[in-house]
Design a protein around this ligand. Structure first.
Ligand code: NAD
Length: 473
């Protein structure tokens, strides 16, 4: 069962990192009891609730798992899919704890899911189902600004988060921080600019950080720079779309393959991602777009420099790992590479930028949104005009002193930059770059640390252990 294999993969990665920390002589104060405590999910709530739709009662099954409460609130997305199951939700919750520790976001890990195919229901029905699910979660503080803060994941987005926030506010009309009960809301409903693009944007920053480390690029047998690199991307949803869009338009990489549910698009000169997304939204399929082929998962094995699985877990397994040709994989999705495939790819010398780092952009910007909701002020609102005035004065001074013109494009760049979206991107870039620096340093510090995944997990475990020990546990 996929969920079980996913959970197992995380456990294997965790145990390897623990073993290495021990072998390398790091004293992080972890006895076996605490190791077990860190790994296990603290609780998983299963709920069945009925909603009367189309004249009859329909029963839905949902989960919310809390992995670790070393920091509260705990944080993690809510997934709507027909294959949601307890193991998968627990695996994703564990990954959230490690992810938050890695990018220094002060949350514990959680994850939720509802067994549903959103395509089976109308918008009104989805709203009623989401509101009922929210009521069930709220009863047990599994949605709560200071206890448990959901976010979007597969099958959910701004729309579902807005319904959840609104339902929570109805249940708690006097709660001052009610908007902070979920993140990923529309900007008009307490969201933050840049949250929708955040995970894909984070994937872009992660790749930029990787390419700024020549030693790591050499290990992947790649030439320097992202420009002109051939990329295969699986999944053109929230994460895949923004990653592909920014990498192609800003870094001049070539998206040569887009793999979707019902076929793929191939263009060796680079696919126009914006046009493809518009087509996908309009027709609900990639069929009919230039370069369409009916093949799907097999194209993960095509020639490329970078492979970005951005759809779902366990798409690279022992079955197809040996056939993967891209020397660099960045896990935009959670858990796309199984533990067996990870070993095979490592043997082959393929470099993998792991999920717990690569897709942490979403939770990072969720953290910014949560802070914005608690402080009830848009980032940059107080400083923006004051900064503009100060920098304009500085530029005027330079012009007066030198008697030369100040290049207009630079002046514009220097004066602007204090908008919420600029601050969010700056905070996200800083977070992704700092985290990569630490992971890469750990990876290159000892030959026994065989890959970035183990290095990332070691950093995350050290940080979680530190916070346990500061609590006196
Ligand atoms: P999404 O539902 O917006 O997009 C998923 C895309 O993958 C869809 O376009 C879907 O058609 C496609 N897809 C599904 N099955 C496929 C298959 N077999 N082959 C090819 N394409 C397929 O979901 P998302 O939010 O983009 O999440 C994608 C992954 O990223 C998940 O693993 C999720 O857990 C992870 N993630 C998401 C976020 C976030 O902020 N949304 C944050 C961190 C991690």
């Amino acid at each position: 069962m996929a969920g079980e294999a996913f959970l197992k993969s995380i456990e294997i990665n965790f145990q390897q990192a623990i073993k290495l920390l021990d072998e390398l002589g790091y004293d992080i104060g972890l006895d076996q009891g605490l190791v077990n405590q860190i790994l296990a999910a603290n609780s998983t709530y299963l709920v069945r609730f009925g909603v009367r739709l189309r004249g009859e009662m329909h029963t839905f099954t949902g989960y919310r798992s809390v992995h670790s409460e070393h920091f509260e609130p705990v944080k993690g997305g809510i997934r709507y899919a027909s294959n949601v199951n307890q193991n998968e939700v627990e695996a994703l919750a564990a990954l959230m704890s490690f992810k938050c520790a890695l990018v220094e976001v002060p949350f514990g890990g959680s994850k939720g899911g509802l067994i549903i195919d959103p395509k089976d229901w109308t918008t009104d029905e989805m709203e009623r189902i989401t509101r009922r699910f929210t009521q069930e979660l709220a009863k047990r503080d599994l949605i709560h600004p200071s206890q448990n803060v959901p976010a979007p994941d597969v099958g959910t987005g701004e729309r579902e988060m807005a319904w959840m926030a609104d339902e929570y506010r109805r249940l708690h009309p006097a709660e001052l921080n009610a908007w902070a009960c979920v993140t990923g809301k529309p900007v008009s409903k307490g969201g933050i600019s840049g949250r929708t693009e955040a995970t894909g944007r984070g994937v872009q920053y992660a790749l930029q950080a990787f390419f700024d480390h020549p030693m790591d690029v050499k290990k992947a047998r790649l030439s320097p720079g992202l420009s002109g690199k051939r990329i295969i991307i699986q999944g053109l949803g929230n994460v895949g779309y923004y990653a592909a869009l920014f990498l192609s338009t800003e870094d001049k990489a070539l998206i040569t393959h887009v793999l979707e549910r019902d076929g793929s698009i191939i263009n060796k000169d680079g696919i126009n991602i914006l046009a493809l997304k518009e087509h996908l939204i309009k027709f609900g399929t990639v069929k009919g777009f230039d370069g369409f082929v009916s093949e799907g998962i097999d194209l993960l094995e095509a020639e490329a420099d970078i492979l970005i699985p951005a759809a779902m877990e366990l798409v690279i397994t022992a079955k197809n790992a040996r056939m993967i040709k891209a020397p660099l994989i960045i896990e935009a999705a959670n858990g796309p590479v199984s533990a067996e495939a990870d070993d095979i790819l490592n043997e082959m010398g393929t470099i993998i930028i792991p999920d717990l780092y690569a897709n942490a952009g979403g939770v990072t910007v969720s953290y910014f949104e949560w802070i914005k909701n608690l402080s009830r002020i848009r980032f940059g609102r107080m400083q923006r005009r004051a900064e503009e005035t100060r920098i304009s004065a500085l530029i005027e001074g330079i012009i007066a002193l030198t008697g030369s013109d100040f290049p207009e494009h630079l002046a514009k760049k220097a004066i602007q930059g204090g908008k919420e979206i600029d601050l969010v991107r700056s905070g996200l870039e800083d977070t992704m770059r700092n985290a990569y620096e630490v992971i890469s340093k750990t990876w290159n510090s000892d030959k026994r640390i065989k890959d970035l995944r183990t290095a990332a997990m070691m950093v995350a475990i050290k940080r979680i252990a530190q916070s346990y020990s500061s609590m006196g546990i």
